[in-house]
Ligand binder design. Structure first.
Ligand code: C2E
Ligand code: MG
Ligand code: MG
Length: 413
């Protein structure tokens, strides 16, 4: 059988925030039974591999990564019914007594529950053992062991399912990258005073059906380790389109902190119009280390790249993130803009953001403007720039090379 678990362990160690349910179950049952060793094993090619171990002080005997031939251990005998799941005293079980491992470890008592995969195939064992015989171990202990074994089995199956999903999502991203099965579209960003287009935002559309939103594609790509590759690939395509834009129109591209910190943006931006490039960093992207981010941004900023905070006010990491980044542009999330004409609190927050931006030398872009009533309020409040379906939907260039249609109409709206 394929060795799924070693990959799962890699994933688990990458996500250190997750509580390891199986490790906790092992510790709990081992303490409950008063035994010295608890482990979960996986059967791979005739060997029992120890995937989780709880054996404080006995690491020289058993540790994660060790394996034993299935011919030498109890597992096959238990699965075949030749040994019971509950053995309070191995000296009273002739077959156990006859196995060299009983004396070598030694094993005085042994309780184990087989773990099965969702399709019924044996996966491995959930097991506790002690060098001592423990004659008080009884059917109720075995029942408790079954409950914990059941939890472990559920967790194993869940992680295998997640691993399959990650693998298939990685394959999907790989094929999109290989076949360049995406298109970059551009949405105008308009100066709300003059109603002229000042920039475009590059947004990606992915080819595979059924349609999935770009944020989902990028999230999956990051989950399967290809996020930076995908972001770099679409930015490379986006900046190719500078030649289709008038010289006074900038281009905004979306980038995650990971891509910025990777230092690889220079590869795709090199030789392009850096003084016309805006990097949009989403407000909810987790920044692990601001010092690292700043040092990666410094050469780009020096070369003229402007930094925008995307989705500001959407309620993620908040003002602290904005203060840390000190952006040139703050893009107000569309949840703040939606029906702003009818919501006093949204107006108040927008006013506060405009004040903050002015004080820190940043400009403000309102995202997701859909109605002329929203536009009017934003103009009255003094928001510098706007983006939204009312002003232009994302589309291929060169649809927007001329100033925004209906500008006069909107000015008088
Ligand atoms: P975002 O960067 O905040 O982009 C704005 C989103 O709002 C876009 O959705 C845009 O199509 C949509 N939008 C613009 N005006 C309106 C409006 O008036 N009403 C409504 N309801 N929506 C409007 P889209 O293109 O589906 O992208 C969603 C998110 O996916 C983006 O949010 C961004 O976080 C991510 N994304 C899209 N393209 C890229 C890309 O090339 N690279 C990266 N890293 N992320 C991208
Ligand atoms: Mg954006
Ligand atoms: Mg946004």
């Amino acid at each position: 059988m394929e060795n799924l678990y070693s990959t799962i362990d890699v994933l688990a160690s990458a996500n250190t925030d997750d509580v390891d349910v199986m490790q906790e179950a092992l510790t709990a049952i081992r303490n409950h039974l008063g035994m010295e060793v608890a482990y979960i094993s996986e059967f791979v090619e005739g060997r029992a591999h120890f995937r989780r171990v709880d054996a404080p002080g006995l690491e020289h005997l058993i540790k994660v990564g060790d394996s034993q031939s299935l011919d030498d251990v109890y597992c096959n005998h238990i699965l075949a019914g030749r040994l019971p799941q509950l053995i309070p005293d191995t000296s009273k079980e002739p077959l156990a007594e006859s196995l060299p491992i009983t004396r070598a470890v030694p094993i005085g008592s042994h309780v184990s529950i087989p773990i099965h995969l969702a399709n019924g195939a044996p996966y491995g064992m959930f097991c506790c053992l002690s060098p001592r015989a423990i004659p008080t171990l009884n059917e109720r202990d075995l029942e408790t062991m079954r409950v914990f074994g059941g939890i472990a089995a559920k967790q194993v199956n869940k992680e295998i399912e997640e691993l399959r999903a990650t693998r298939s999502s990685r394959a999907g991203t790989e094929s999109v990258l290989l076949e360049k099965d995406y298109q970059v579209v551009f949405q105008p960003i308009v100066n709300l005073l003059t109603m002229e287009m000042s920039a475009v935002e590059a947004l990606t559309r992915f080819g595979p059906q059924p349609y999935r939103s770009p944020d989902k594609w990028f999230q999956d790509a990051f989950d399967s380790g290809l996020g930076i590759e995908l972001e770099l690939a679409v930015i490379r395509s986006a900046v190719e389109a500078f030649s289709l834009l008038p010289n006074d129109v900038d281009m905004s591209v979306n980038a995650s902190p990971q891509t910025i910190v990777s230092g690889r943006l220079a590869e795709v931006l090199d030789g392009k119009q850096l003084h016309r490039t805006i990097l949009e960093l989403t407000e909810h992207a987790h920044v692990a280390d601001y010092a690292l981010l700043h040092s990666a941004l410094a050469p780009l900023r020096k070369a003229g790249v402007k930094i925008a905070i995307d989705d500001a006010g959407a309620g993620y990491s908040g003002l602290q993130h904005i203060v840390q980044i000190a952006p040139d542009i703050i893009k107000l999330d569309m949840s703040l803009i939606r029906s702003i004409d009818a919501h006093q609190a949204r107006r108040a927050l927008t006013t506060a953001m405009i004040y903050f931006a002015r004080e820190t030398g940043a400009s403000v872009v309102a995202e997701g403007i859909e109605t002329s009533a929203e536009l009017k309020v934003l103009q009255t409040l003094g928001v510098n720039k706007g983006q939204g379906y009312l002003l232009g939907k994302p589309g291929p260039l060169p649809a927007y090379v001329s100033p925004v249609e209906f500008a006069d109409e909107l000015m008088s709206a």
